[in-house]
Design a protein around this ligand. Structure first.
Ligand SMILES: [Zn+2]
Length: 176
């Protein structure tokens, strides 16, 4: 069974549902298919393309925003898939202030790093090494990040996720 990306009436990404649930939403006129997948659903009396992306016909207000889970995938996306110290391809997670020195595991203290920089840095601080960050580590904002961090992302979804997650999503989805 594959999954379908759900967009709000405003095109803001909301989440992911099973393709069966997506079909039901379309059949009940609660959503329209924005892009179809390659699979077809057969039923008595006809067939219907299974949607890859649907958009709700009515705007849904989101009562509160969830925190974005700190996953390796989402972190690499935030940092453009590159080491924040030397711009080599990201391969590991680095704690800017090392955990052994009291640094926490949160968006403001973790960055993407290559193996080499991570190894050289070990439990030293940036000041001790004279290193600088290319980016200021912050928690990303937007539903696209939650979807990206939660698991598999269909290539077709990226066009709709990008405006809500930055241009780096494409690079990371391609390398994941
Ligand atoms: Zn590096």
């Amino acid at each position: 069974m594959s999954q379908t990306l759900v967009l709000n009436a405003t095109y803001e990404p909301l989440g992911v549902v099973s393709d069966r649930r997506a079909l039901l939403l379309v059949l009940n006129n609660r959503a329209i298919s924005v892009e179809d997948s390659d699979s077809v659903f057969h039923f008595t009396g006809g067939e219907l393309a299974v949607p890859a992306i649907i958009r709700l016909t009515k705007f849904v207000r989101i009562p509160y925003r969830h925190a974005i889970p700190l996953t390796r995938r989402a972190l690499f996306a935030r940092d453009g898939g590159r080491c924040v110290y030397c711009s080599a391809p990201a391969a590991s997670i680095d704690h800017v202030l090392p955990r052994s020195r009291g640094g926490g595991h949160h968006w403001e203290n973790v960055v993407s790093a290559c193996h080499r920089c991570n190894h050289v840095k070990a439990d030293k601080t940036l000041k001790e090494l004279g290193w600088k960050l290319r980016i200021v580590p912050r928690e990303p904002v937007g539903a696209a990040w939650r979807i990206l961090g939660s698991g598999r992302t269909e290539p077709k979804w990226l066009t709709y996720l990008e405006p809500y997650g930055g241009a780096s999503l494409n690079a990371v989805a391609a390398s994941a």
